[in-house]
Design a protein around this ligand. Structure first.
Ligand code: SF4
Length: 237
């Protein structure tokens, strides 16, 4: 998780309100952790996300490059696509991403993101990704699943149609779950019986993925102060 700072203020955000004060993860420490982990485990996937990770494109590219150099087959970025309104800056970032070893970008576009994120810069970013040959998929958040009939999903379908001229496929996306801001703003759409856990929660005794927080914390340790292998070794679940 490159940063918890974000350009969006989405009603469905499971992370809750972003105060805009968050900084960037220490890319050097994360690069070291990626290389160490790859030396000891068969790592199959590396993903950069936020907040909005591309507020710090140099850090994103450094981390992704490390994973690509270590032979990780899936190197992905999740982004809302809005980190600047400046076309030159967007161009420069997509050039940088093209050299990062990325194998795919998931672009979060839907009724929730587009309440606060303008579509123009996002579409330009998407067009530039295509021009650089970077595989990109639209990744919408659905309320009640993709089949759900509600005003948010109707608006999401209309937003996805705005990308048809670019020929970008739509991926599975995800279904909004009751956590963070979603509880506050969309509570009426969830049944009282809906689980409060995140679909991304793991069995703590059978960890398959780790997330390094922007402050370097991971599994009770911190990659700023110790090696990831020592942290994993110590982890008891
Ligand atoms: S859902 Fe994503 S883009 Fe929206 S506020 Fe949360 S982190 Fe930012």
């Amino acid at each position: 998780m490159v940063t918890d700072r974000c350009t969006g203020r989405c009603k469905h955000c499971s992370q809750g309100e972003h105060d805009g004060a968050g900084g960037c993860v220490d890319a050097e420490a994360v690069e070291r952790a990626v290389r160490e982990a790859c030396g000891a485990f068969k790592i199959t996937s590396l993903m950069a996300f936020g907040g909005e990770a591309l507020l710090y494109p140099e850090a994103v590219c450094r981390i992704l490059r490390a994973g690509a150099d270590c032979g990780i087959p899936r190197i992905e970025l999740i982004t809302n696509g809005f980190f600047s309104r400046n076309a030159d800056k967007i161009y420069a970032v997509t050039r940088m991403l093209a050299g990062s070893g990325l194998t795919g970008v998931l672009l979060s576009v839907d009724a929730f993101h587009q309440e606060t994120i303008p579509l123009g810069p996002v579409k330009y970013f998407a067009r530039r990704l295509c021009a650089e040959g970077i595989p990109v998929k639209l990744s919408p958040a659905w309320l009640g699943g993709p089949e759900g009939e509600n005003p948010y999903n109707q608006r999401t379908r209309a937003i996805l149609r705005e990308f048809e001229d670019l020929g970008i496929p739509t991926g599975e996306g995800n279904t909004v779950f009751p956590a963070g801001s979603a509880v506050r703003y969309l509570g009426d759409y969830f049944s009282p019986a809906a689980p409060l856990s995140s679909p991304y929660d793991q069995d703590p005794r059978d960890i398959r993925a780790v997330t390094i927080s922007p402050d370097g914390a991971v599994l009770g340790g911190n990659v700023l102060r110790e090696g990831i292998l020592d942290i994993l070794e110590r982890y008891k679940g």
